[in-house]
Structure formats: structure tokens, C-alpha cells
Design a protein around this ligand. Sequence first.
Ligand SMILES: [Zn+2]
Ligand SMILES: [Zn+2]
Ligand SMILES: [Zn+2]
Length: 125
Amino acid sequence: MKSKSSNNWVISVSPYLYPVIKDHGHLYLNFERVRIETFISVMQCSTCGSLGHTRNHCSNTKACIRCSSTDDHDRTSCNPRCINWITQNARFRSGFPENHGCRDKNCPVLIQFIKRTIDRTDYGR
Ligand SMILES: [Zn+2]
Ligand SMILES: [Zn+2]
Ligand SMILES: [Zn+2]
């Protein structure tokens, strides 16, 4: 990475996403020569685990953060199942795996969501 003054980036995300951004740093390579001030806010609901809204705007029942089930069950021993996998595969016919919790930092849906958030941002190129 060159350190010209024209390469200023400001990226603001939830602290727990930093490892994801770091691991996927190549996402930003396209923008290397462009001055960017970007605020990427990736929202994840702490009530239902869905991406794209916060619990203040959630009308869903509080779901298990491991298996996304709203049933009464032992939430420490259930099988991980990502709620975002369900919506994502239904909408985009993608083949994401479901066998991780919806707070998993390596959730492919989460990573895809971050990518799309970046792609949607207009950098004025
Ligand atoms: Zn929600
Ligand atoms: Zn569960
Ligand atoms: Zn997931």
C-alpha cells in the first residue's frame, strides 16, 4: 500500500467486524488510487440476528443467536444455524452453508453483505 496523501480512507464499522475487514482487505484494492471517505455501517440486529436493521427496528421474536430458532430450547447445546443464510439463499439462490451461528464473523452472508455495502457506496469515480 502506498502512502500518498491522496489515499486517505476512513472506514467505520462495528468493532467486531474488524477481523472480517482485515481478512478481506483485498476488497478495497480497486479503490487504491481513489480518495475515499467511506462510512460502512453494517447493521446486525441483536434481537433476531438479521442483517440490515437494528433491534430498534425489529418486529421479530428474539431468536437464539446460535440456531436462529425462537423456540424454547437449550441455547448452549443447539446446532448452529445462520438465520441470514435462509434469507440470502432464498433471495439470491446462493449456496451458502447454514452450519454456523448468525453471529459468526466468518459468516459468508455477512462477508457478502459487507461487499455489497461497499459496492453500493458511490465513490464519485
Ligand atoms: Zn431483527
Ligand atoms: Zn439455539
Ligand atoms: Zn451466516
